[in-house]
Design a protein around this ligand. Structure first.
Ligand code: FES
Ligand code: FE2
Length: 415
């Protein structure tokens, strides 16, 4: 999991004035609430610095939030402004928690989970189609998934699985070949575009197109899949009926749990009457994917590219893994289980650092909660690998030829 990105954490309409909302991302609990003065959203660490109560169980008071335990009040910057038990005493400098930058965009609340200054932050991708309500009708949904978000992301942009996992819906088992594809990429995204042969139309759609039933007569359908770092995908399908775009964030609640939130747009059957069916179609696809992805092992994406075998149609997944490795090398990965309440961290609270920690160096000693571990992850992996190699070498029977038993693995993709 990675810090320093904007994470869409909730649909904007689900953050209601006067009601603090608890969300979890990257293993860390956050409280979201709307300020009374201008209705803008505040996102803070959901952990009172006094005795660790969840502020999300508290109360919004003006632009502040009050802790439910002893009534301490925090302003939107995360500073304690009131300690009711001692109104005449000064407020300690350490009475503060991390407050994260927020943007409301494309129907969602985006929280910047990191400490980089504004100009160095990776961008929120361009999802302006979501705001184009003249062209598109939209449905939204959430899907809680007990799998790792990176496995889910790779599945979402994988063209080759559709004939097998979604045969009959939009994958075509009669034609599983992945033809030549176009690639567009930047440091933050990769888009693959391909023309696919659609499956036989069923139901109403089959009746409308009776002469398109055999493979030769069915027009090819342009399909593209895009990922954006660290957890977003888009599926675009240009059907003869019209265009479909499914934007999807895979929110890493922790390493093994993902909350998928999608916005599905369509240019056809735009009436409200068709919303239920549009939503049902997305859930059908998600259930089909879930059945496969939940059984994938190892549960987490391997760190080493050569730990799985890649072919040409895995191009975008391999690119994702390469970029991910760079992020690990940059020290952006976070160890979710060092954040409050998980595993060995049960007696220690760590949080994702917010920008103010860097912006105001004078506050360096004012943070009660330590920063989540990041850089150490890579070192830890290398250490474990080295130890495993030592053990393997010690076990090797005398006279064995070095590497004789090693299987050949595809280290690269020849696209
Ligand atoms: S735990 Fe929040 S005020 Fe005491
Ligand atoms: Fe799928």
């Amino acid at each position: 999991m990675f810090k320093n990105f904007w994470y869409a954490v909730e649909f904007a309409t689900d953050v209601v004035p006067g009601k603090p909302k608890r969300v979890k991302v990257l293993g860390q609990q956050l409280v979201l609430y709307r300020k009374n003065s201008d209705n803008s959203v505040v996102a803070m660490s959901d952990l009172c610095v006094h005795r660790g109560a969840a502020l999300s169980d508290g109360e919004v008071k003006g632009d502040c939030i009050m802790c439910p335990y002893h009534g301490w009040e925090y302003n939107p910057a995360g500073e304690v402004t009131k300690i009711p038990a001692h109104p005449d005493k000064g407020i300690p400098r350490k009475a503060r928690i991390d407050s994260y930058p927020v943007q409301e965009k494309y129907m969602m609340v985006w929280v910047y989970m990191g400490d980089l200054p504004e100009e160095e932050r990776p961008p929120i991708p361009d999802w302006s189609a979501v705001d184009d309500t003249d062209t598109y009708a939209a449905v939204t949904g959430s899907f809680l998934w007990k799998s790792n978000y990176e496995r889910i992301l790779e599945n979402g942009v994988d063209v080759a699985h559709t004939p097998f996992v979604h045969g009959g819906v939009f994958g075509n088992p009669e034609k599983p070949e992945v033809p030549e594809f176009e690639i567009e990429e930047s440091p933050w995204h990769c888009k693959v575009s391909v023309k696919l042969n659609p499956p036989k139309s069923k139901g109403l759609w089959g009746l409308i197109n009776p002469n398109k039933q055999d493979l030769a007569n069915r027009p090819q359908v342009p399909v593209s899949t895009t990922w954006w770092l660290p957890n977003m995908i888009l599926l675009e399908v240009d059907t003869p009926m019209g265009a479909m775009k499914i934007f999807d964030v895979n929110i890493p609640i922790d390493e093994e749990t993902t909350l998928v939130k999608f916005i599905a747009l369509r240019t056809f059957f735009k009436g409200k009457w068709a919303d239920r069916d549009a939503k049902r179609r997305v859930f059908k696809v998600l259930y089909e994917d879930q059945a496969i992805v939940d059984a994938v092992r190892p549960e987490l994406l391997p760190f080493d590219l050569s730990d799985e075998l890649h072919v040409k149609s895995d191009y975008n997944a391999v690119l994702y893994r390469r970029r991910r490795q760079q992020l690990i090398d940059m020290g952006w990965s976070v160890e979710g289980n060092t954040i409050v309440g998980e595993g060995p961290a049960r007696v220690e609270a760590r949080v994702i650092p917010s920008p103010i920690r860097k912006e105001v160096p004078e506050l360096a000693s004012a943070w009660n909660f330590k920063e989540v571990r990041s850089r150490e992850i890579k070192a830890g992996i290398q250490e474990k690998e080295a130890a495993a190699k030592d053990v393997a070498a010690a076990r090797k029977p005398k006279g064995a030829v070095n590497g004789a038993a090693a299987t050949t693995k595809n280290e690269d993709v020849k696209a």
